[in-house]
Ligand binder design. Structure first.
Ligand SMILES: [Zn+2]
Ligand SMILES: [Zn+2]
Ligand SMILES: [Zn+2]
Length: 341
């Protein structure tokens, strides 16, 4: 695999003839087994008191990574085109020792631990000047491309900034140039006033359906105060448990209505990275605002008319928010059933 730049959209695309990855082992390699020392984790966060022997989250290198840690990107031109090697990091975050305990079934404390694990890995990987962006995401459900049976999320560190982020960063910077205000803070104030697209608000966080959603039930979760950096905020904030609770309840509502989703965390790029030519991002800390985006995969019975050039969303965010508000914010009993390994 290699990275190629589309000269028209300026996005980097992973290209290659993919061979099928390693076969799934019969036994879950991420479930704790007494007396057995599996592969060493890159990072681990204990459950309960610091120094506790029980682990809460563990981070491993992805068994079949999209990006590899060794070497340099070796950006090169091929005639008018640009290409580079797939240098980066690809990690999996095992969210819980329990095989089948997704975030909306777990306790707020467990969700908080996952959120802190994401932040610690982002902060650590940003020390590597080769990496311009660290992307935390979660694919839930076979249709969303879930690869591992154990409850998990993923992270990639890349030598480029992903396309959607580039668009957002440009829009935020442009909006700030015009109004000297953060566009997300302005969105928050308007949504708080209008209320029709709110799913739930807590004193410091908000879950809402965006005004122009890409898919039915798309929702965002963001702090009601301004902060550009997720990791910079949550690693120093006393409010992580509050955000964790809102994330848990919002996902619990969502899985009552859809069967699969992508969750992605948007935070600022690595500002200390080499190759940072984006001098115009001088207002980054003032113009960007961290948030989660959750994009459900629509069940087949809901007709989707999405075409490549324009998003088509057959459910309004006002109606989606109403349905999400009505949905119970606790896990359905079937989710809590013990999984047969
Ligand atoms: Zn497992
Ligand atoms: Zn803001
Ligand atoms: Zn975003």
């Amino acid at each position: 695999m290699e990275l190629r730049k589309d000269p028209l959209t300026r996005s980097w695309i992973l290209v290659g003839d993919l061979e099928s990855g390693p076969a799934q082992p019969a036994e879950c390699p991420y479930c704790p087994r007494p007396g057995e020392a599996g592969p060493p984790p890159i990072f681990s966060m204990p459950a309960g008191d610091p120094g506790s022997a029980h682990w809460g989250t563990r981070v491993f290198a992805h068994p079949d990574p999209l990006y590899r840690i060794e070497g340099d990107a070796q950006r090169a031109g091929v005639g008018m085109y640009d290409r580079m090697r797939t240098v980066g990091a690809h990690e999996i975050i095992i969210e819980n020792p329990d095989h089948n305990r997704p975030l909306w079934v777990a306790s707020d404390e467990e969700v908080e631990r996952v959120m802190l694990t994401w932040a610690r890995r982002i902060e650590d990987l940003k020390r590597d000047p080769r990496f311009r962006y660290i992307c935390v995401f979660k694919n839930y459900g076979a249709e969303a491309g879930e690869e591992i049976a154990h409850t998990y999320s993923e992270l990639t560190a890349t030598t480029f900034i992903p396309r959607r982020l580039v668009y957002e960063l440009r829009a935020c910077s442009d909006y700030y140039q015009m109004k000297e205000r953060c566009v997300f803070c302005d969105i928050l104030r308007q949504e708080e006033r209008q209320e029709t697209r709110l799913i739930e608000q807590t004193p410091n966080f908000l879950a809402l359906c965006p005004f122009a959603p890409r898919v039915p039930y798309e929702f965002w979760l963001l702090p009601r105060y301004h902060h550009a950096s997720y990791e910079g905020d949550v690693l120093r904030s006393p409010l992580v448990r509050e955000a964790a609770g809102l994330l848990r309840r919002s996902l619990a509502r969502l899985v009552r209505l859809t069967e699969a989703f992508h969750l992605v965390l948007h935070t600022i790029p690595n500002t200390t990275a080499r190759l940072t030519q984006d001098a115009k991002w001088v207002t980054l800390h003032d113009d960007y605002h961290w948030h989660f985006e959750v994009l459900p995969l629509v069940p087949k019975r809901v007709k989707s008319y999405s075409i490549k050039e324009v998003y088509f969303c057959p459910l309004s965010p006002e109606r989606a928010a109403a349905l999400l508000r009505e949905a119970p914010s606790t896990a359905a009993p079937r989710d809590a059933q013990p999984d047969i390994r």
